[in-house]
Ligand binder design. Structure first.
Ligand code: T1G
Length: 702
């Protein structure tokens, strides 16, 4: 997005002024825009030849909100001031809304007297996603226009409201086709020029009495706000302000809103969420793209392997409206895969997050096939078969024989070297990793792993495929475990070794959920299955005599305690109940292992547990960036937020680490290196940044 402030032009059509905001690409309310809006509205009100005003955005969008990059900086004028100028206009103002009308954009539209939207308009107040609340009158005007319940839903969810729903809610006055928006808005404005009094939202009482008599209007919102409130104040303030809109005059409510907004704007949580917003967009910037090259969209994908991952990836394509073929040679496995997909949709139907007709439409997009000849005309293949090198090489050799020359040959492998797989083909330039995270139809991260021979076109196209699926694509280099899992592996090692020293799964999980994770790592391990990594650990122990065995998880697997799926793992589970319950058997196994290893037992503070787990990964992340296996440190944060459920209000692993400081972390890593040996060998990048007093999150791979 450009840094130059945009412009607000003043045009006329007959007796209607047209005030147009022009700040590409999304008409964010950047420096000077608010002041110019006020000047143009004043100009129109002083212009004797003008009877009404249209407020429009240049290009395909109305206004995508305040310029997020300006937060935390001094502002000459607040958005609530420029919005108030619209509401105070003596001549009717009609908002002509196309594309995105979000945050301050919607708040300016709410201050207008009428709103006309196109069929593809998307309206919303996404401020809560940035740790904020609407700060330009949204908490006061929206309830007046659409009622308490609808206003709370829109503000607390931050979701986009499509044009037809906006019309139904009364958020917009009329819907038109994009091609006629300005004409329609000008005609409408001319038609209402003489209407008095102006239908100002500020004076609207439609919902007031009904809302005042609705004893349960706030129930759902208060529950949601208290759930989110453990780490974020925004939702709670939003409920307080919407409630105030029922009791206070508009100006009073807007003043209170401004106070709450100012507090949140300067909060650590909002800073971290704004960092995450931009870090995700930075991750999309892939160096080496040929100038002007636009990677073609993947339109005819195939997935090989109908297991958990393969069926999840197929669902991701169907959810994005892309026809996909699911290839599984084993007929029964293919049937099981299709049943798994149907069961996934059935569960969503039960939760009322999808309709039956949507399910039917999506199932129709997934075509089960049995032979390679059935996918020969596909333009991308994502392989999701067993994590065994021989199996993958065989699959890619077959693909090399049958697939079109320009097809992407992608592997969902989570660890096998891309170059090894690519060498099975005569077209290594078309091979790369597209590593989805389980469940593939839910998790936002798609790690695009570049092999030595992968062409930039392959990488760009695979990254676009991820984005077209609604994922966050992050490009990394091929290394043992790939960047994402490799950066998290030390956390897993430390959590297992802490047990041998006296910690218990429940204590570690509570530390991590108190930190903000939705689930603790041991509960996650029970969900995914302790046996998943057991084979990998056995292979590594056989291959590397120096490999540090993890005795406790190995013993639990050998006891048959594979996790939730068998009712016992790190925790025990009552039949039909997924609640993890501490199990004395696990404590006993831990004590036996510690005794056999002769490890003295001790207690741990919560903070020490948190630092043991996260510093180990911070150190590894520095090695990954230093080796060039991640393009930038903020990409590590993007992967942790979107692949591992790292609490978003903490910005990401390295953003959080900067809050402690590289020097303090480096000192601690060196201490643990003395105590625990090479697994804590400090990364050169960590040492360098510590010495320079820099920020970890700014590190760029060499
Ligand atoms: N401020 C600054 N830059 C923005 C921006 C914004 N509001 N929105 C987008 N960009 C940049 C983005 O960084 C990227 O830049 C480019 O525009 C394209 O964005 C007073 C206080 C609208 C759904 O939260 O959700 O108003 O990488 O890649 O995928 O109460 O952008 O090209 O350099 O995301 O099509 C409220 C945030 C602000 C909306 C479009 N508004 N933006 O998605 O494009 S707070 C928001 C988005 C506020 C008021 C409060 C998305 C999008 P670059 P993109 P996209």
């Amino acid at each position: 997005m450009n840094d130059a402030a945009g412009t607000v032009t003043y045009g006329k059509r007959g007796r209607v002024a047209i005030v147009t905001i022009d700040n590409p690409p999304l008409n964010a309310l950047g420096p000077g825009i608010r002041e110019s809006i006020v000047d143009r509205v004043r100009e129109a009100n002083a212009d004797g030849g003008i009877e009404a005003i249209v407020l429009a955005g240049a290009g395909r969008h109305f206004i995508a909100g305040a310029d997020i990059r300006q937060f935390g900086k001094a502002r000459a004028m607040s958005s609530s001031t420029s919005a108030a100028a619209l509401a105070a206009s003596a001549k009717p103002v009609v908002a002509a809304i196309d594309g995105y009308c979000l945050g301050g954009g919607l708040e300016h539209a709410l201050a207008c007297h009428y709103r006309i939207a196109t069929t593809d308009a998307r309206l919303g107040l996404p401020e809560v996603k940035l740790g904020l609340i609407p700060g330009a009158g949204g908490t006061q005007r929206l309830p007046r226009l659409v009622g308490i319940r609808n206003a709370l839903d829109i503000i607390l969810s931050g979701r986009h409201v499509a044009a037809d729903e906006a019309l139904e809610l009364g958020l917009v006055t009329k819907i038109v086709e994009p091609s006629v928006l300005l004409d329609a808005a000008v005609d409408f404005a001319a038609g209402v020029a003489a209407v008095r009094p102006l239908p100002s939202v500020d004076a609207m009482e439609t919902w007031r009495e009904a809302d005042r008599r609705d004893p349960h209007a706030f129930d759902a919102a208060e529950q949601l706000a208290s759930r989110q409130g453990r780490h974020l104040k925004g939702p709670r303030y939003a409920v307080e302000l919407v409630r105030a809109s029922l009791q206070l005059p508009l100006e009073e409510g807007i003043r209170l809103e401004g106070e709450r907004f100012a507090e949140l704007e300067n909060s650590e949580e909002s800073r971290a969420l704004r960092y995450a917003f931009f870090a995700e967009r930075t991750a999309a910037k892939i160096p080496g793209a040929p100038p002007g090259y636009v990677p073609p969209r993947v339109e005819r994908p195939a997935v090989i392997g109908a297991g958990t991952m393969g069926s999840g990836i197929a669902i991701a394509f169907a959810d994005a409206g892309v026809p996909v073929r699911l290839l599984e040679a084993d007929g029964e496995a293919l049937q099981r895969g299709m049943q798994r997909i149907a069961a996934t949709y059935a569960a969503k139907l039960k939760r009322k997050t999808i309709t039956q007709e949507e399910i039917d439409a999506r199932m129709a997009l997934i075509r089960p096939v049995a032979g390679y000849h059935d996918i020969a005309d596909c333009d991308a293949v994502i392989e999701a078969v067993f994590e065994r090198i021989d199996v993958k090489r065989e699959v890619f050799a077959r693909l090399d024989e049958v697939m079109n020359a320009d097809a992407l040959l992608l592997t969902n492998s989570s660890a096998i070297d891309i170059d090894t797989i690519a060498a099975a083909t005569r077209r290594p330039q078309s091979v790369a990793g597209s590593h989805f995270f389980a469940p593939a139809n839910v998790m936002k991260l798609c790690e695009i792993v570049k092999g030595d021979a992968s062409s930039i076109q392959t990488i760009l196209r695979a990254a676009r495929m991820g984005r077209d699926l609604g994922k966050i694509s992050v490009v990394t280099g091929s290394c043992d475990g790939f960047a994402a899992n490799r950066s998290r592996a030390p956390l897993v090692t430390e959590m297992m070794l802490l047990l041998e020293e006296g910690a218990l799964p429940g204590q570690v999980d509570k530390v991590m959920t108190d930190f903000g994770y939705p689930m603790g790592p041991f509960a996650v391990s029970d969900l995914s299955g302790l046996d998943i990594s057991y084979d990998t650990r056995k292979r590594r122990a056989a291959a590397d005599p120096g490999y540090r065995k993890l005795y406790v998880p190995d013993r639990l697997v050998e006891m048959g305690r594979k996790g939730q799926k068998v009712g016992a793992g790190w925790y025990r589970y009552e039949p039909g109940d997924r609640t993890p319950r501490p199990d004395p058997v696990v404590a006993q196994v831990i004590a036996e292992v510690a005794r056999e290893l002769g490890i003295p037992q001790r207690t741990f503070t919560d903070d020490e547990i948190l630092r043991r787990l996260l510093f180990a990964s911070v150190n590894e992340a520095c090695k990954i960036v230093q080796e060039g296996k991640a393009l930038r440190a903020s990409d590590i944060d993007v992967m942790w937020l979107n692949g591992f459920g790292f609490p978003r209000h903490r910005g990401g692993l390295l953003y959080w680490a900067d809050g402690i400081g590289a020097a303090a972390i480096h000192r601690q890593v060196c201490e643990w290196h003395e105590l625990y040996g090479k697994r804590w060998k400090p990364a050169g990048l960590l040492a360098g940044i510590a010495a320079a007093g820099g920020r970890l999150r700014d590190a760029v791979a060499p």
